[in-house]
Design a protein around this ligand. Structure first.
Ligand code: PMP
Length: 466
Protein backbone atom coordinates (compact mmCIF):
# COMPACT_ATOMS: atom_id res chain seq x y z
CA UNK A 1 0.00 0.00 0.00
CA UNK A 2 1.13 3.57 -0.67
CA UNK A 3 2.41 5.85 2.12
CA UNK A 4 -0.92 7.67 2.43
CA UNK A 5 -2.85 4.40 2.76
CA UNK A 6 -1.37 2.48 5.67
CA UNK A 7 -2.94 -0.83 6.71
CA UNK A 8 -6.62 -0.43 7.58
CA UNK A 9 -6.13 -2.68 10.64
CA UNK A 10 -4.05 0.02 12.33
CA UNK A 11 -6.43 2.94 11.95
CA UNK A 12 -9.35 4.09 14.05
CA UNK A 13 -12.21 2.57 12.08
CA UNK A 14 -14.81 5.12 13.03
CA UNK A 15 -12.66 8.17 12.40
CA UNK A 16 -11.39 6.69 9.16
CA UNK A 17 -14.60 5.11 7.96
CA UNK A 18 -14.72 7.18 4.81
CA UNK A 19 -11.18 6.23 3.89
CA UNK A 20 -11.68 2.52 4.62
CA UNK A 21 -14.84 2.53 2.51
CA UNK A 22 -13.02 4.21 -0.33
CA UNK A 23 -10.05 1.84 -0.07
CA UNK A 24 -12.40 -1.15 -0.13
CA UNK A 25 -13.98 0.10 -3.33
CA UNK A 26 -10.59 0.75 -4.87
CA UNK A 27 -8.80 -2.50 -4.06
CA UNK A 28 -11.33 -5.22 -3.19
CA UNK A 29 -13.22 -6.79 -6.09
CA UNK A 30 -16.19 -8.51 -4.46
CA UNK A 31 -17.61 -11.82 -5.73
CA UNK A 32 -21.06 -11.85 -7.32
CA UNK A 33 -21.20 -8.08 -6.87
CA UNK A 34 -21.93 -5.30 -9.33
CA UNK A 35 -19.17 -2.97 -8.18
CA UNK A 36 -20.86 0.14 -9.59
CA UNK A 37 -23.97 -0.51 -7.51
CA UNK A 38 -21.81 -1.48 -4.51
CA UNK A 39 -19.83 1.76 -4.70
CA UNK A 40 -23.06 3.74 -4.42
CA UNK A 41 -24.00 2.12 -1.10
CA UNK A 42 -22.64 2.33 2.42
CA UNK A 43 -20.85 -1.01 2.81
CA UNK A 44 -21.19 -3.22 5.87
CA UNK A 45 -17.65 -3.50 7.22
CA UNK A 46 -17.50 -6.32 9.73
CA UNK A 47 -14.84 -6.53 12.32
CA UNK A 48 -15.92 -9.05 14.90
CA UNK A 49 -18.23 -12.04 15.32
CA UNK A 50 -19.74 -13.67 18.36
CA UNK A 51 -22.42 -16.35 18.43
CA UNK A 52 -25.05 -15.72 15.75
CA UNK A 53 -24.02 -12.06 15.46
CA UNK A 54 -21.56 -10.03 13.40
CA UNK A 55 -20.41 -6.59 14.59
CA UNK A 56 -19.41 -3.86 12.16
CA UNK A 57 -16.88 -1.05 12.57
CA UNK A 58 -19.64 1.22 13.87
CA UNK A 59 -20.24 -1.34 16.64
CA UNK A 60 -23.63 -2.23 15.22
CA UNK A 61 -24.82 -5.79 15.81
CA UNK A 62 -26.26 -7.86 12.94
CA UNK A 63 -27.87 -11.28 13.10
CA UNK A 64 -26.07 -13.49 10.58
CA UNK A 65 -29.24 -15.15 9.27
CA UNK A 66 -27.54 -16.41 6.11
CA UNK A 67 -24.74 -18.10 8.07
CA UNK A 68 -21.99 -16.24 6.18
CA UNK A 69 -22.89 -17.88 2.86
CA UNK A 70 -24.64 -20.92 4.40
CA UNK A 71 -21.64 -22.39 6.16
CA UNK A 72 -21.85 -21.36 9.80
CA UNK A 73 -22.59 -24.16 12.26
CA UNK A 74 -21.70 -22.96 15.78
CA UNK A 75 -21.98 -19.20 15.49
CA UNK A 76 -18.91 -17.00 15.17
CA UNK A 77 -15.72 -17.49 17.16
CA UNK A 78 -16.96 -20.45 19.17
CA UNK A 79 -14.31 -20.83 21.91
CA UNK A 80 -13.77 -24.58 21.27
CA UNK A 81 -13.17 -24.05 17.55
CA UNK A 82 -10.96 -21.03 18.20
CA UNK A 83 -8.86 -23.05 20.67
CA UNK A 84 -8.49 -25.92 18.17
CA UNK A 85 -7.39 -23.48 15.46
CA UNK A 86 -4.96 -21.62 17.74
CA UNK A 87 -3.49 -24.85 19.11
CA UNK A 88 -2.87 -26.25 15.66
CA UNK A 89 -1.50 -22.96 14.28
CA UNK A 90 1.12 -23.00 17.02
CA UNK A 91 2.13 -26.59 16.15
CA UNK A 92 1.98 -26.74 12.34
CA UNK A 93 0.30 -24.25 10.01
CA UNK A 94 0.77 -26.11 6.77
CA UNK A 95 2.44 -29.11 5.22
CA UNK A 96 1.42 -30.79 1.99
CA UNK A 97 -0.52 -34.02 1.47
CA UNK A 98 1.28 -34.77 -1.83
CA UNK A 99 2.88 -38.15 -1.08
CA UNK A 100 3.15 -37.19 2.61
CA UNK A 101 0.72 -36.76 5.46
CA UNK A 102 0.06 -35.09 8.82
CA UNK A 103 -1.71 -36.07 12.01
CA UNK A 104 -4.67 -33.70 11.55
CA UNK A 105 -5.62 -35.06 8.11
CA UNK A 106 -5.48 -38.62 9.45
CA UNK A 107 -7.47 -37.76 12.55
CA UNK A 108 -10.21 -35.93 10.67
CA UNK A 109 -10.49 -38.43 7.80
CA UNK A 110 -10.71 -41.34 10.25
CA UNK A 111 -13.44 -39.67 12.28
CA UNK A 112 -15.37 -38.58 9.20
CA UNK A 113 -15.42 -42.08 7.73
CA UNK A 114 -16.63 -43.47 11.07
CA UNK A 115 -19.34 -40.83 11.44
CA UNK A 116 -20.57 -41.40 7.88
CA UNK A 117 -20.93 -45.10 8.74
CA UNK A 118 -22.80 -44.20 11.91
CA UNK A 119 -25.17 -41.99 9.91
CA UNK A 120 -25.84 -44.88 7.48
CA UNK A 121 -26.00 -47.55 10.21
CA UNK A 122 -29.40 -48.84 9.04
CA UNK A 123 -28.27 -49.29 5.43
CA UNK A 124 -28.84 -52.76 3.97
CA UNK A 125 -25.29 -53.20 2.69
CA UNK A 126 -22.10 -52.13 4.44
CA UNK A 127 -21.25 -48.53 3.61
CA UNK A 128 -17.82 -48.26 2.03
CA UNK A 129 -17.28 -44.49 1.77
CA UNK A 130 -13.81 -44.99 3.21
CA UNK A 131 -11.46 -42.76 1.21
CA UNK A 132 -11.22 -39.03 1.88
CA UNK A 133 -9.68 -36.81 -0.81
CA UNK A 134 -9.04 -33.26 0.44
CA UNK A 135 -9.44 -29.93 -1.29
CA UNK A 136 -10.27 -26.43 -0.12
CA UNK A 137 -13.69 -25.43 -1.45
CA UNK A 138 -16.94 -26.93 -2.65
CA UNK A 139 -16.29 -26.33 -6.35
CA UNK A 140 -13.01 -28.21 -6.27
CA UNK A 141 -14.60 -31.04 -4.27
CA UNK A 142 -17.06 -31.47 -7.16
CA UNK A 143 -14.36 -30.96 -9.78
CA UNK A 144 -12.32 -33.77 -8.15
CA UNK A 145 -15.42 -35.99 -8.02
CA UNK A 146 -16.00 -35.49 -11.75
CA UNK A 147 -12.40 -36.34 -12.55
CA UNK A 148 -12.60 -39.42 -10.32
CA UNK A 149 -15.70 -40.60 -12.19
CA UNK A 150 -14.16 -40.06 -15.64
CA UNK A 151 -10.91 -41.78 -14.72
CA UNK A 152 -12.72 -44.59 -12.88
CA UNK A 153 -14.77 -45.50 -15.95
CA UNK A 154 -11.67 -45.40 -18.10
CA UNK A 155 -9.72 -47.63 -15.73
CA UNK A 156 -12.47 -50.24 -15.44
CA UNK A 157 -12.54 -50.48 -19.23
CA UNK A 158 -15.66 -48.38 -19.89
CA UNK A 159 -13.81 -45.96 -22.11
CA UNK A 160 -16.91 -44.55 -23.80
CA UNK A 161 -18.42 -43.46 -20.48
CA UNK A 162 -17.20 -39.87 -20.40
CA UNK A 163 -20.37 -37.78 -19.95
CA UNK A 164 -22.49 -36.56 -17.07
CA UNK A 165 -26.18 -36.37 -16.29
CA UNK A 166 -27.17 -33.52 -13.98
CA UNK A 167 -30.50 -32.01 -12.89
CA UNK A 168 -32.50 -28.93 -13.75
CA UNK A 169 -31.68 -26.12 -11.31
CA UNK A 170 -28.37 -27.71 -10.32
CA UNK A 171 -25.46 -25.73 -8.90
CA UNK A 172 -22.11 -27.35 -8.22
CA UNK A 173 -19.61 -24.50 -8.11
CA UNK A 174 -17.74 -21.96 -10.20
CA UNK A 175 -14.77 -23.86 -11.63
CA UNK A 176 -15.23 -24.81 -15.27
CA UNK A 177 -16.09 -28.49 -14.73
CA UNK A 178 -18.43 -27.83 -11.81
CA UNK A 179 -19.94 -24.91 -13.74
CA UNK A 180 -20.57 -27.13 -16.76
CA UNK A 181 -22.55 -29.42 -14.43
CA UNK A 182 -24.61 -26.46 -13.28
CA UNK A 183 -27.94 -25.49 -14.80
CA UNK A 184 -28.48 -21.90 -13.69
CA UNK A 185 -28.05 -19.79 -16.79
CA UNK A 186 -26.97 -16.49 -15.17
CA UNK A 187 -23.89 -18.12 -13.63
CA UNK A 188 -22.80 -19.65 -16.91
CA UNK A 189 -23.87 -17.71 -19.92
CA UNK A 190 -20.72 -15.55 -20.19
CA UNK A 191 -18.55 -18.67 -20.22
CA UNK A 192 -20.48 -20.92 -22.58
CA UNK A 193 -17.60 -21.10 -25.03
CA UNK A 194 -15.40 -23.13 -22.65
CA UNK A 195 -17.99 -25.41 -21.08
CA UNK A 196 -18.72 -29.00 -22.03
CA UNK A 197 -22.16 -30.40 -22.70
CA UNK A 198 -24.01 -32.34 -20.03
CA UNK A 199 -27.40 -34.06 -20.03
CA UNK A 200 -30.21 -32.79 -17.83
CA UNK A 201 -33.06 -34.58 -16.08
CA UNK A 202 -35.95 -33.08 -14.08
CA UNK A 203 -35.55 -32.33 -10.37
CA UNK A 204 -39.13 -32.57 -9.11
CA UNK A 205 -39.80 -30.12 -6.29
CA UNK A 206 -41.73 -31.25 -3.20
CA UNK A 207 -42.73 -28.28 -1.04
CA UNK A 208 -44.73 -30.17 1.59
CA UNK A 209 -42.58 -32.92 3.16
CA UNK A 210 -45.71 -35.11 3.44
CA UNK A 211 -47.11 -34.68 -0.05
CA UNK A 212 -45.37 -35.88 -3.15
CA UNK A 213 -45.90 -33.65 -6.19
CA UNK A 214 -48.13 -34.87 -9.02
CA UNK A 215 -45.33 -34.60 -11.57
CA UNK A 216 -42.92 -36.88 -9.78
CA UNK A 217 -43.78 -40.02 -11.79
CA UNK A 218 -43.36 -38.21 -15.10
CA UNK A 219 -40.05 -36.80 -13.87
CA UNK A 220 -38.91 -40.25 -12.82
CA UNK A 221 -39.82 -41.78 -16.15
CA UNK A 222 -37.92 -39.07 -18.00
CA UNK A 223 -34.86 -39.52 -15.75
CA UNK A 224 -35.00 -43.31 -16.14
CA UNK A 225 -35.28 -43.05 -19.93
CA UNK A 226 -32.29 -40.72 -20.08
CA UNK A 227 -30.13 -42.97 -17.92
CA UNK A 228 -31.10 -46.02 -19.96
CA UNK A 229 -30.61 -44.23 -23.28
CA UNK A 230 -27.22 -42.82 -22.30
CA UNK A 231 -26.04 -45.82 -20.31
CA UNK A 232 -23.03 -46.53 -22.49
CA UNK A 233 -21.90 -42.88 -22.37
CA UNK A 234 -22.52 -41.71 -18.79
CA UNK A 235 -19.62 -41.69 -16.36
CA UNK A 236 -21.79 -40.42 -13.50
CA UNK A 237 -24.97 -38.73 -12.40
CA UNK A 238 -24.48 -35.71 -10.12
CA UNK A 239 -27.24 -34.66 -7.76
CA UNK A 240 -27.83 -32.40 -4.77
CA UNK A 241 -29.73 -34.64 -2.32
CA UNK A 242 -32.76 -33.43 -0.30
CA UNK A 243 -32.66 -29.74 -1.34
CA UNK A 244 -30.99 -27.64 -4.01
CA UNK A 245 -29.56 -24.46 -2.47
CA UNK A 246 -28.51 -22.05 -5.19
CA UNK A 247 -31.57 -22.61 -7.36
CA UNK A 248 -33.59 -20.97 -4.57
CA UNK A 249 -34.02 -23.78 -2.01
CA UNK A 250 -35.83 -26.45 -4.00
CA UNK A 251 -36.63 -29.56 -1.94
CA UNK A 252 -36.46 -32.84 -3.85
CA UNK A 253 -39.41 -35.22 -4.13
CA UNK A 254 -39.35 -38.07 -1.65
CA UNK A 255 -37.77 -41.31 -2.94
CA UNK A 256 -36.40 -39.68 -6.09
CA UNK A 257 -32.83 -40.03 -4.83
CA UNK A 258 -33.33 -43.76 -4.34
CA UNK A 259 -34.63 -44.05 -7.91
CA UNK A 260 -31.59 -42.22 -9.28
CA UNK A 261 -29.36 -44.68 -7.46
CA UNK A 262 -31.42 -47.68 -8.60
CA UNK A 263 -31.22 -46.82 -12.30
CA UNK A 264 -27.53 -45.91 -12.11
CA UNK A 265 -26.71 -49.14 -10.31
CA UNK A 266 -28.48 -51.14 -13.04
CA UNK A 267 -26.01 -49.83 -15.60
CA UNK A 268 -22.84 -49.39 -13.52
CA UNK A 269 -23.04 -45.59 -13.71
CA UNK A 270 -21.56 -43.80 -10.70
CA UNK A 271 -23.66 -41.56 -8.46
CA UNK A 272 -22.09 -38.38 -7.10
CA UNK A 273 -23.90 -36.68 -4.21
CA UNK A 274 -23.03 -33.02 -3.92
CA UNK A 275 -23.65 -32.36 -0.23
CA UNK A 276 -21.47 -29.27 -0.10
CA UNK A 277 -24.55 -27.34 1.05
CA UNK A 278 -26.68 -30.02 2.72
CA UNK A 279 -23.92 -31.89 4.59
CA UNK A 280 -22.87 -31.21 8.17
CA UNK A 281 -26.38 -31.06 9.58
CA UNK A 282 -27.86 -28.21 7.48
CA UNK A 283 -30.99 -30.34 6.97
CA UNK A 284 -30.61 -32.30 10.26
CA UNK A 285 -28.40 -35.38 9.87
CA UNK A 286 -24.65 -35.18 9.24
CA UNK A 287 -25.21 -36.55 5.73
CA UNK A 288 -28.55 -35.38 4.33
CA UNK A 289 -29.12 -38.48 2.18
CA UNK A 290 -28.48 -40.91 5.03
CA UNK A 291 -32.06 -41.17 6.39
CA UNK A 292 -33.11 -42.34 2.91
CA UNK A 293 -30.30 -44.94 3.11
CA UNK A 294 -29.06 -43.92 -0.31
CA UNK A 295 -25.28 -44.19 -0.45
CA UNK A 296 -23.46 -42.49 -3.32
CA UNK A 297 -20.29 -43.76 -4.95
CA UNK A 298 -18.71 -40.37 -4.41
CA UNK A 299 -19.73 -37.80 -1.79
CA UNK A 300 -18.75 -34.10 -1.84
CA UNK A 301 -18.71 -32.09 1.40
CA UNK A 302 -17.66 -28.52 2.17
CA UNK A 303 -19.15 -25.36 3.71
CA UNK A 304 -20.05 -26.48 7.28
CA UNK A 305 -17.18 -28.98 7.40
CA UNK A 306 -15.03 -26.69 9.61
CA UNK A 307 -18.06 -25.34 11.45
CA UNK A 308 -17.87 -22.31 9.14
CA UNK A 309 -14.40 -21.20 10.21
CA UNK A 310 -11.88 -22.10 7.50
CA UNK A 311 -11.81 -23.27 3.88
CA UNK A 312 -11.82 -27.04 3.52
CA UNK A 313 -13.72 -29.59 1.42
CA UNK A 314 -13.57 -33.31 0.79
CA UNK A 315 -14.54 -35.80 -1.89
CA UNK A 316 -15.18 -39.17 -0.27
CA UNK A 317 -15.03 -42.28 -2.44
CA UNK A 318 -16.19 -45.85 -1.92
CA UNK A 319 -13.81 -48.82 -1.94
CA UNK A 320 -15.01 -49.67 -5.45
CA UNK A 321 -13.96 -46.29 -6.84
CA UNK A 322 -10.74 -46.08 -4.85
CA UNK A 323 -9.60 -49.57 -5.83
CA UNK A 324 -9.74 -48.70 -9.54
CA UNK A 325 -6.93 -46.17 -8.98
CA UNK A 326 -4.45 -48.67 -7.49
CA UNK A 327 -1.42 -49.94 -9.41
CA UNK A 328 2.20 -49.20 -10.21
CA UNK A 329 3.20 -45.56 -10.78
CA UNK A 330 4.14 -46.36 -14.36
CA UNK A 331 0.55 -47.47 -15.08
CA UNK A 332 -0.49 -43.85 -14.37
CA UNK A 333 -3.67 -44.84 -12.59
CA UNK A 334 -3.18 -42.29 -9.80
CA UNK A 335 -5.52 -39.30 -9.58
CA UNK A 336 -3.60 -36.36 -11.06
CA UNK A 337 -5.37 -33.68 -9.09
CA UNK A 338 -4.57 -31.69 -5.94
CA UNK A 339 -4.16 -28.22 -4.52
CA UNK A 340 -1.35 -26.57 -2.56
CA UNK A 341 -3.51 -26.20 0.55
CA UNK A 342 -5.46 -29.48 0.16
CA UNK A 343 -6.15 -30.74 3.69
CA UNK A 344 -4.49 -27.82 5.46
CA UNK A 345 -3.73 -28.90 9.07
CA UNK A 346 -5.38 -25.89 10.75
CA UNK A 347 -8.56 -26.43 8.72
CA UNK A 348 -8.45 -30.17 9.53
CA UNK A 349 -8.07 -29.41 13.26
CA UNK A 350 -11.16 -27.19 13.08
CA UNK A 351 -13.05 -29.88 11.12
CA UNK A 352 -12.10 -32.52 13.66
CA UNK A 353 -13.30 -30.38 16.55
CA UNK A 354 -16.50 -29.64 14.61
CA UNK A 355 -17.21 -33.38 14.31
CA UNK A 356 -16.57 -33.88 18.06
CA UNK A 357 -18.97 -31.04 18.84
CA UNK A 358 -21.64 -32.36 16.45
CA UNK A 359 -21.59 -35.65 18.34
CA UNK A 360 -21.22 -34.22 21.83
CA UNK A 361 -23.96 -31.61 21.48
CA UNK A 362 -26.25 -33.89 19.43
CA UNK A 363 -26.52 -31.24 16.73
CA UNK A 364 -28.90 -33.26 14.52
CA UNK A 365 -31.49 -33.10 17.33
CA UNK A 366 -30.95 -29.35 17.82
CA UNK A 367 -31.48 -28.69 14.10
CA UNK A 368 -34.65 -30.78 14.11
CA UNK A 369 -36.05 -28.79 17.03
CA UNK A 370 -35.04 -25.38 15.68
CA UNK A 371 -36.33 -26.17 12.21
CA UNK A 372 -39.72 -27.06 13.68
CA UNK A 373 -39.76 -23.77 15.59
CA UNK A 374 -38.74 -21.81 12.51
CA UNK A 375 -41.41 -23.48 10.42
CA UNK A 376 -44.12 -22.54 12.93
CA UNK A 377 -42.91 -18.95 13.16
CA UNK A 378 -42.81 -18.59 9.37
CA UNK A 379 -46.31 -20.02 9.05
CA UNK A 380 -47.63 -17.59 11.68
CA UNK A 381 -45.93 -14.41 10.54
CA UNK A 382 -44.66 -14.65 6.95
CA UNK A 383 -46.59 -17.17 4.90
CA UNK A 384 -49.83 -15.22 5.16
CA UNK A 385 -48.40 -12.19 3.33
CA UNK A 386 -50.04 -12.07 -0.15
CA UNK A 387 -46.67 -11.62 -1.92
CA UNK A 388 -45.17 -14.74 -0.36
CA UNK A 389 -45.39 -18.01 -2.27
CA UNK A 390 -45.29 -21.45 -0.64
CA UNK A 391 -42.31 -21.45 1.74
CA UNK A 392 -39.77 -24.23 1.15
CA UNK A 393 -37.85 -25.67 4.05
CA UNK A 394 -35.70 -28.64 4.96
CA UNK A 395 -33.97 -28.35 8.33
CA UNK A 396 -32.43 -24.89 8.64
CA UNK A 397 -32.40 -24.25 4.90
CA UNK A 398 -35.33 -22.06 3.92
CA UNK A 399 -36.46 -20.40 0.70
CA UNK A 400 -39.20 -17.77 0.70
CA UNK A 401 -40.38 -17.04 -2.85
CA UNK A 402 -41.63 -13.52 -3.42
CA UNK A 403 -44.31 -13.36 -6.07
CA UNK A 404 -43.29 -10.94 -8.72
CA UNK A 405 -45.92 -8.39 -9.70
CA UNK A 406 -44.80 -8.64 -13.35
CA UNK A 407 -45.04 -12.43 -13.24
CA UNK A 408 -41.27 -12.84 -13.72
CA UNK A 409 -39.37 -15.67 -12.11
CA UNK A 410 -35.78 -16.71 -11.50
CA UNK A 411 -32.66 -14.61 -11.09
CA UNK A 412 -33.85 -11.73 -13.25
CA UNK A 413 -36.85 -11.10 -11.00
CA UNK A 414 -34.90 -10.04 -7.93
CA UNK A 415 -36.15 -6.49 -7.28
CA UNK A 416 -38.86 -7.32 -4.74
CA UNK A 417 -36.71 -9.80 -2.80
CA UNK A 418 -33.90 -7.23 -2.65
CA UNK A 419 -36.27 -4.59 -1.30
CA UNK A 420 -37.26 -6.93 1.53
CA UNK A 421 -33.68 -8.03 2.23
CA UNK A 422 -32.48 -4.40 2.37
CA UNK A 423 -35.28 -3.55 4.78
CA UNK A 424 -34.15 -6.52 6.92
CA UNK A 425 -30.59 -5.23 6.93
CA UNK A 426 -31.89 -1.94 8.31
CA UNK A 427 -33.40 -3.99 11.10
CA UNK A 428 -29.95 -5.59 11.58
CA UNK A 429 -30.81 -9.00 10.16
CA UNK A 430 -28.62 -10.25 7.31
CA UNK A 431 -30.40 -12.32 4.68
CA UNK A 432 -29.53 -13.16 1.09
CA UNK A 433 -31.79 -13.12 -1.95
CA UNK A 434 -31.38 -15.60 -4.79
CA UNK A 435 -33.38 -14.04 -7.59
CA UNK A 436 -36.90 -13.69 -6.24
CA UNK A 437 -36.29 -16.09 -3.35
CA UNK A 438 -35.16 -14.93 0.10
CA UNK A 439 -33.03 -17.57 1.78
CA UNK A 440 -32.60 -18.17 5.50
CA UNK A 441 -29.64 -20.35 6.58
CA UNK A 442 -28.71 -19.32 10.13
CA UNK A 443 -25.96 -20.78 12.30
CA UNK A 444 -27.22 -24.25 13.26
CA UNK A 445 -26.99 -23.64 17.01
CA UNK A 446 -29.04 -20.44 16.83
CA UNK A 447 -31.27 -19.82 19.85
CA UNK A 448 -35.07 -19.68 19.57
CA UNK A 449 -34.89 -15.91 20.22
CA UNK A 450 -32.65 -15.57 17.18
CA UNK A 451 -35.25 -17.28 15.01
CA UNK A 452 -37.92 -14.92 16.36
CA UNK A 453 -35.69 -11.94 15.54
CA UNK A 454 -35.29 -13.15 11.94
CA UNK A 455 -38.97 -13.86 11.37
CA UNK A 456 -40.19 -10.62 12.92
CA UNK A 457 -37.69 -8.56 10.90
CA UNK A 458 -38.81 -10.38 7.77
CA UNK A 459 -42.53 -10.00 8.47
CA UNK A 460 -42.01 -6.31 9.11
CA UNK A 461 -39.82 -5.85 6.03
CA UNK A 462 -42.43 -7.37 3.75
CA UNK A 463 -44.23 -4.05 4.22
CA UNK A 464 -41.55 -2.61 1.91
CA UNK A 465 -43.50 -4.26 -0.91
CA UNK A 466 -46.44 -1.96 -0.18
N1 PMP B 1 -22.10 -27.36 -4.49
C1 PMP B 1 -23.17 -26.85 -3.88
C2 PMP B 1 -24.41 -27.69 -3.75
C3 PMP B 1 -23.15 -25.56 -3.37
O1 PMP B 1 -24.24 -25.05 -2.79
C4 PMP B 1 -21.96 -24.80 -3.51
C5 PMP B 1 -21.84 -23.39 -2.97
N2 PMP B 1 -22.99 -22.70 -2.76
C6 PMP B 1 -20.87 -25.38 -4.15
C7 PMP B 1 -20.96 -26.67 -4.62
C8 PMP B 1 -19.59 -24.62 -4.35
O2 PMP B 1 -18.95 -24.41 -3.13
P1 PMP B 1 -17.85 -23.27 -2.99
O3 PMP B 1 -18.57 -21.97 -3.00
O4 PMP B 1 -17.22 -23.55 -1.65
O5 PMP B 1 -16.89 -23.42 -4.10
Amino acid sequence: MGADKTSTSRVNPLRDLKRITQTDQEVVWHPYTQMTEYAAQDPLIFQRGQGSYLYDVRKRRFLDAYGSMWCNVWGHCHPELVAAIQGQAARLCHSSLFSATHDQAIDFAYKLVEYIKLDYRFAHDPVTLNHVFFSDNGSTAVEAAMKMALQYQNQVGQIKRQQFLVFEGSYHGDTVGAMSAGSIDVFKRKFNSVMFTVHRAPYPMQVDPDERPDNWRTAERSMEAQIAGLSDRLAAVIIEPVIQGASGMVPLAEDYLARVKKYCAEYGILVIHDEVFTGFCRTGPLIAASPELVEPDILCLGKGITGGTLPLAVTVATDRVFDAFKGEWSEMKQLMHGHTYSGNPIACAAASKNLDMIEEHKLAGIVKQRSRELSILLRQHVQKHPAVGPIRQRGLAVGIPIKNAKGQDGYEARDDAIKVVNACIEKRVLLRPLGNVITICPPLNIEHEGLEEIVHALADSLKALG
